[in-house]
Design a protein around this ligand. Sequence first.
Ligand SMILES: *[C@@H]1O[C@H](CO)[C@@H](O)[C@H](O)[C@H]1NC(C)=O
Ligand SMILES: *[C@@H]1O[C@H](CO)[C@@H](O)[C@H](O)[C@H]1NC(C)=O
Ligand SMILES: *[C@@H]1O[C@H](CO)[C@@H](O)[C@H](O)[C@H]1NC(C)=O
Ligand SMILES: *[C@@H]1O[C@H](CO)[C@@H](O)[C@H](O)[C@H]1NC(C)=O
Ligand SMILES: *[C@@H]1O[C@H](CO)[C@@H](O)[C@H](O)[C@H]1NC(C)=O
Length: 512
Amino acid sequence: MMLGNRRNFIFRVSIVINIAVLLYAAMHLSGSTAPGVEWVPLTVDGSERSAEYRYIIREELRNDSDSRPLESSIRNFEESTSQKTPSTVATTNKTSSSTASIAELEKKILNLVPSEAETTNETMLDIVDENALSEATLARLRMLLVCNERDFLPMTVQRGEFWVLKNYVRADHGSILCHETITYTTHAGFEFLDNVQPLVERWMAPVSLAIHAPGADMAPTVNSIRYLRDCLGNDLIRQFVTFHIFFSNKHIPSKLPDPESFLSTPYNCTAKPPYNVNASTTYMKEKSLLYPVNVARNIARDAALTHFVLPSDIELYPSPNLIPRFLNMIARNGKPLNTTTNPRVFPISIFEVDAKVQVPSTKTELQAMLANKTAIPFHKHVCPNCHNIPQGQQWMSAAETNQMDVFHVGKRRGKFVHWEPIFIGTHQDPHYDERLSWEGKKDKMTQGYVLCVQDYNFMILNNAFLIHKPGIKHYVKNAKRDAIAGRQSSFVKNTIMPELKKLFGTRNGCAL
Ligand SMILES: *[C@@H]1O[C@H](CO)[C@@H](O)[C@H](O)[C@H]1NC(C)=O
Ligand SMILES: *[C@@H]1O[C@H](CO)[C@@H](O)[C@H](O)[C@H]1NC(C)=O
Ligand SMILES: *[C@@H]1O[C@H](CO)[C@@H](O)[C@H](O)[C@H]1NC(C)=O
Ligand SMILES: *[C@@H]1O[C@H](CO)[C@@H](O)[C@H](O)[C@H]1NC(C)=O
Ligand SMILES: *[C@@H]1O[C@H](CO)[C@@H](O)[C@H](O)[C@H]1NC(C)=O
């Protein structure tokens, strides 16, 4: 049988390649960057198409881990040698959009073979344009990050009491290498999807979006996705946004439309956007369901294809050019990036602006708006201390510079012990506790505690910022929500905290 032969072939190739990956990883882990040691692309059975096979094999193994390249290569190797019947071969039919660009992927990987000069860390990178990523920068990133490509297949998976339609509607961006960009990972109910367009226009890179769609919220969710892709007059959402759907097993929608069929019919754009609804009329609100914010956050982050992720709230719009500037900074690897070995994340300062004003594009514009009070620090009127950031005042008065750098290295201690920062991080950072709801508040505190115990450095970025969807918020008392928050708070204190102490230990100055 043809299929059997192909399977066998791939199986043999996977062994050869995994050994090679192992050696490659070992070479780098041992710090050997001796000139003359070069990564030569493999040729298998006389074929030049090693990158393609490597990619296919990765898809089939569903390597979920981005961490510790050596260990995961070993695991890959073990999995591939013990895997007798690759059950995913039958799904090749469904991967057309991700496999269509294998040639493109192969080209990208071959371009990354480092030249001799680039294999030595001492070489200074000559960055001409901070808003672009040169071949040399990309090659340097590949070496520094040692990350793995991740799969991009639609899958129905379980997550506690929730069903997840992962990669339900995929972006058209094709293959993405893990080092070459950053994924904005976020979540919402469909009634918040008006934020997607302004968000993507500023981010211009992959977005991984988890949508909570219990029961009858599924139909307007699908219509909203179709509207966003077909009716906004440009291709940005199609190109960049991948949609995941999830719902509790107690609220499974009556119909689960097949994306392959609804995506092949253009949406009727004459009606108003399906996401413009009265938020209190959704199925979720009618059934008084709580919003499982941390399940959503974890789904979106886990599905991201890149090493770096920005887990954020859908109403926070990033400053333009954040990605190339950030990655150029990482590639330069200057101080303080190269002087500490603590794990690290990169918090981004957050602001609110008046409902009627233009969202600022540069820090200089933002500062002018702060001066005339059309912009204010985030949640200044709602919960001033939640977003107090180390050296926040200094940040606001420091002039914009021409490249991205770390402004200040902070810790989540002392005055900042309750800080809930939004930051660029990686798949290795602790997850969010899935038992906590949005209504219960302080839903990121448990992650913050673990970051503190693990002695993370919070490397605050100098010119980057996030702007909340225009409209300055004021505190509104909500007795129902306060009651839920009270229950969640004691659950965190009495149940979660003792767990975290057992699992992660304690450290002076760390608290919830
Ligand atoms: C996908 O599968 C269908 C039948 O399930 C088949 O008719 C079609 O040709 C396949 N498409 C590709 C690209 O293999
Ligand atoms: C689209 O919807 C409008 C009303 O919502 C209707 O009048 C029109 O005929 C529809 N167009 C198509 C092509 O179905
Ligand atoms: C939204 O719906 C609720 C309940 O149906 C109603 O009380 C409220 O006035 C509506 N809000 C708006 C802005 O229409
Ligand atoms: C870190 O980078 C700086 C440049 O910003 C350089 O001068 C220094 O030697 C580097 N330190 C190490 C330990 O590599
Ligand atoms: C505040 O400053 C911004 C930026 O300079 C400007 O666009 C805006 O018109 C100013 N608004 C007021 C009310 O002064």
